[in-house]
Structures are given as structure tokens and as C-alpha cells.
Design a protein around this ligand. Structure first.
Ligand code: KIV
Ligand code: ZN
Length: 514
């Protein structure tokens, strides 16, 4: 059976970043981009350059970093100035692509853009021609195509292909479609649009009804050859098509799709963890492919079956997505060599100074625990990375609590200039007391909007990982994380981390509509 190639267009850094609270700084985006290259995606949508100086800079740096390994794409509205700024940001990219487009549904034309069908079509064509004069690779998105009148969509797509679009993106922007209908939309497009063979048809689905993966795959069955997706399915509202789901569906079912990708699936788990760690968006345990329980068997009947033959209850070999296989048990008796080896197997090549910090933290943890698991190591590396470039470093914390008793905390923070600042407070509980004491030192307006504690590994001695979100005075959301075997200390670290991110952030100026 012949197998067609489906291109994977990753938009974790653009649509994924539109998840509330998922904003990433340039360094974090670069780290994800490097991993996306290892994963083998075909296109990285690196940002929306006109939306903020930070997005512009990220697109520029990612273009310079990845060379010709992948296409680097930048989003723009169908507005010449947007396109020019996107092209400037892509100046460093060896394989640049402009992604421009406009709404095509009745709702977008009437209520958002307030223009006629003909005007929108003209703007679309003008934008594509304008972009094609500046770069060779131009993708057009027909926003809200999932709710558009098919005949009008075909007219727009025919015109933009004639104007030079190399890829045409058919987004189900609001997650309204379902597989049969979306598949028909794509096959209708392929049958009715003259010249469609000159462009790649792309699908971009949102998950409002939980059908983003099914709709994208229906698009592939109907002839689409590019899927737009994000790692862990993060994205605006209910998110986008999950990269790991479509990639593994195509790999597992060649009989159904007759199409595959060039993704190195063994990098999937590592990529998922990296994105979750950086964005602070946790993966639900039962999430397909990358959830903690995706390859866990609990009932006796299942365990018996899997022990006799893995495939009785597993359709995917966990090794194919990079899960499992560890045989080195790390304890307080393990030396630097064993730790370095395991970290390297997990994909962490740390500079000496950072390794020393992680090793010291490892010994401290190993003293408290019988066994240090991979998840503990990932948390320790994350913790060490978070302490780089801190505005305030949490030097020490002391707290008391009880019933009866008044929860009280004293904290010491050290500024970048080396000043030691100490303050105390009481509160409704120990975390509240710690946060109030920190607030007395770091006097910056914010509201705590989310607070989550999780055990990184099993057992009473597990590392606790705290993820919090705070809202700044101007309404922006910042995520903070902290890991420690004492959850009050982890909470203090998470809060300091979020405040540090708030303090170094620049106010983004995102246009109201895309
Ligand atoms: O969902 C959507 O329509 C988009 C476009 C900007 C491609 O994200
Ligand atoms: Zn989208």
C-alpha cells in the first residue's frame, strides 16, 4: 500500500500560547522550538509578530536557531503592515512562511469584520499577492471556515490559490464541525476548486466539542495533507488538535488513512513534558498518548492480560512514544556519574554549574527518600532552571502553624544586588502567612487566581509540586511553579517564581482580533 506524507504544522508557540496563562518568554519558546526540531515537525508557527515585541523577537530568534531543519511560519492578519512586520521577523529564517488570512463565515463577515463577501475576498487576494511579493511560501487561512457557506469558501480558496497561496488552511475556528461534515467540506473543496492541486490543503481544528482530532483526521481522509496542531492539544479555549493524537492515529492505522508523518514518535513524551513544564498546563492523567495513565493497567484482569501479552490491552508500544525503559535506580548512594547518565537519558545536558546545583538538590532529596524517580529529576531540573535570572531569590523560610495557634511565617529574600530582605506575617494558614510575608517585601499588586499542589511521584515522601497563577494589576496572568518535599516551601518557591516572571515581563500589545 502506498503511503502519503502528511505535514505536521506545529502551532504550540502561537495558538498554544493563546491558552490562558500559557505565555512563554523567548528563552522558553526557543527551548520548545529546539525540541520540536528533534521531534521532526515540518513547520513551526513561531508567533504573531505584530502582536508584541516579544512575539517579534521570538520569531526572529527561532528563525536563526533552527536553520533549514523546518519551515518557520509567522502569523499575520490580511493587512499589509502585519505582513511586513511578519516578513521582517522572518528575516533570519532559512525557510520562511507567511500565514495570512481573514474570516469567511457569515458571523465573522457580518459581526466582526463588518464587510461584504466580495470585500473579504478582495482583501484575501490582496494580502496573498502582497505576501507572495515578499516570500515564496504563503499560507492562507480562511478563518471560521467550519461555519462558512461552502460555495463562498470555495470561491475564496480558488482566488487565493490563483493569487499564489502555496498552502490553504481550512480552520474550524470555533470547534463547531463534526467529522462527517468536516470531511465533506474538504472533499468538496478538492472537487470544486480549480487549481487546488497547486496548493497543500491544511486542516486546523479546535476542540470545543471534543472533536478536534477526529475532524483533522476526517480532513486527511478527504485529502488534506497538512495538520495544524499543538503539543498536548493546548490552545485557545478548549484547545487545538493534539499533535500526539493525530500522529499516533496515522501511525497506528495505515489501513484507514494510508498516510503517515515524519515525526520521531519516540520524542513525543519528552516534548509533552517540556511543554507542560514550561506553560504550567498540566496534562490530565487519562489524556491519550501522553497522560500518566495512558499505559497504566489497574484491574487484575487487564494486568493478567498485559503480563501474558502486552498487546491484549495496549495498541501502542509505550517505547514508541518514548515512555519507560529506565533500569537505573537512583538513591542517596548514587554518585555524580549515575545522575549525569540518567539526566542525559532524559534529555538533559546541563552545563557544569547547573549540574552541580541539581546534584546538590538531588542529594538533599535522596536523603529524605528511598528512591528518586525520573519525575523527581525533571522537577529538580525545572527548579534549578527557575532560579536562574531571578529578581528575588527565596533564601529561607520559617513558619509555624497549628490548631489552636496563629499561622505565622518569616521569609528572607535576596535581591539581584545581593540585598537580604526579611519580613514576617501571620495568615489564615501557613501558605497565606508565607504569601503575606513575601508581599510585604515584594510590593507588587496581584491576585492569586489558582493554586494547585500535586505529588510528583508516589508515596508519602514524594516531591510536592505547586503550580499557581497570579493576575497582575493590569490583568495579565503569570504562572509560577515550585517543587520541594515540603509543600509550604514549594508554595513559597512557586509564588516567588510567579512574582519574578511578573516583574521581568513587558506589557504585550495584542491586537483585538486575528
Ligand atoms: O483557529 C483559527 O482560525 C486560527 C487561525 C488564525 C489560523 O488560529
Ligand atoms: Zn486556531
Amino acid at each position: 500500500m502506498s503511503t502519503d506524507r502528511v505535514q505536521i504544522f506545529d502551532t504550540t508557540l502561537r495558538d498554544g500560547e493563546q491558552s490562558p496563562g500559557a505565555s512563554m518568554n523567548t528563552e522558553e519558546k526557543l527551548e520548545i522550538a529546539r525540541q520540536l526540531v528533534r521531534l521532526g515537525v515540518d513547520v513551526i508557527e513561531a508567533g504573531f509578530p505584530i502582536s508584541s515585541p516579544g512575539d517579534f523577537e521570538s520569531v526572529r530568534k527561532i528563525g536563526a536557531e533552527v536553520g533549514d531543519a523546518v519551515v518557520v511560519c509567522a502569523l499575520s492578519r490580511a493587512i499589509p503592515n502585519d505582513i511586513e512586520v511578519a516578513v521582517d521577523a522572518l528575516a533570519t529564517a532559512k525557510r520562511p512562511r507567511i500565514h495570512t488570512g481573514i474570516g469567511v463565515s457569515e458571523s465573522h463577515l457580518r459581526d466582526k469584520l463588518r464587510i461584504s463577501e466580495d470585500e473579504a475576498l478582495e482583501r484575501a487576494v490582496t494580502a496573498v499577492k502582497f505576501a507572495r511579493n515578499l516570500v515564496d511560501d504563503v499560507e492562507f487561512y480562511a478563518e471560521d471556515a467550519g461555519r462558512a457557506v461552502p460555495e463562498y469558501l470555495y470561491r475564496v480558496i480558488q482566488a487565493v490559490v490563483a493569487a499564489g497561496a502555496t498552502v490553504v488552511n481550512i480552520p474550524d475556528t470555533t470547534g463547531y464541525a463534526y467529522p462527517e461534515v468536516f470531511g465533506s467540506l474538504i472533499s468538496g473543496l478538492i472537487e470544486n476548486v480549480d487549481g487546488i492541486e497547486n496548493a497543500i490543503v491544511s486542516v486546523h481544528c479546535h476542540n470545543d466539542l471534543g472533536m478536534a482530532t477526529a475532524n483533522a483526521l476526517a480532513g486527511v481522509k478527504a485529502g488534506a495533507r497538512q495538520i495544524e496542531c499543538t503539543v498536548n492539544g493546548i490552545g485557545e479555549r478548549a484547545g487545538n488538535t493534539a499533535l500526539e493524537e493525530v500522529v499516533m492515529a496515522l501511525k497506528q492505522r495505515p489501513d484507514v488513512f494510508g498516510a503517515d508523518t515524519r515525526i520521531n514518535t519516540r520524542e513525543i513524551t519528552r516534548t509533552s513534558r517540556l511543554v507542560s513544564g514550561i506553560t504550567g498546563i498540566l496534562v490530565q492523567p487519562n489524556k491519550s498518548i501522553v497522560g500518566a495513565n495512558a499505559f497504566a493497567h489497574s484491574s487484575g484482569i487487564h494486568q493478567d492480560g498485559v503480563l501474558k501479552e502486552r498487546s491484549t490491552y495496549e495498541i501502542i508500544d509505550p517505547a514508541d512514544v518514548g515512555v519507560g525503559g529506565s533500569s537505573i535506580v537512583l538513591t542517596a548512594r548514587s554518585g555524580r556519574h549515575a545522575l549525569k547518565h540518567r539526566l542525559s537519558e532524559l534529555g538533559f545536558e546541563l552545563p557544569d554549574a547547573e549540574f552541580d546545583r541539581v546534584y546538590a538538590a538531588f542529594l538533599e532529596l535522596a536523603d529524605k527518600k528511598k528512591e528518586v524517580y525520573d519525575e523527581d529529576l525533571e522537577a529538580l531540573v525545572g527548579e534549578s532552571e527557575r532560579t536562574l535570572n531571578e529578581v528575588y531569590h527565596l533564601a529561607q523560610i520559617h513558619f509555624t502553624s497549628g490548631e489552636p495557634g496563629i499561622p505565622t511565617a518569616t521569609v528572607e529574600l535576596i535581591t539581584q544586588e545581593g540585598e537580604h530582605l526579611i519580613d514576617s506575617s501571620h495568615g489564615t494558614g501557613p501558605v497565606d502567612a508565607v504569601y503575606k510575608a513575601i508581599n510585604r517585601i515584594v510590593d507588587v499588586e496581584n491576585d492569586l487566581t489558582e493554586f494547585r499542589v500535586e505529588a510528583v511521584t508516589r508515596g508519602i515522601d514524594a516531591l510536592g509540586e505547586v503550580t499557581i497563577r497570579i493576575k497582575s494589576g493590569d490583568g495579565r496572568i503569570f504562572t509560577g511553579r515550585g517543587a520541594h518535599s515540603d509543600i509550604i516551601v514549594a508554595s513559597a518557591k512557586a509564588y516567588t517564581n510567579a512574582l519574578n516572571r511578573l516583574l521581568v515581563s513587558q506589557a504585550p500589545t495584542v491586537p483585538e482580533e486575528i
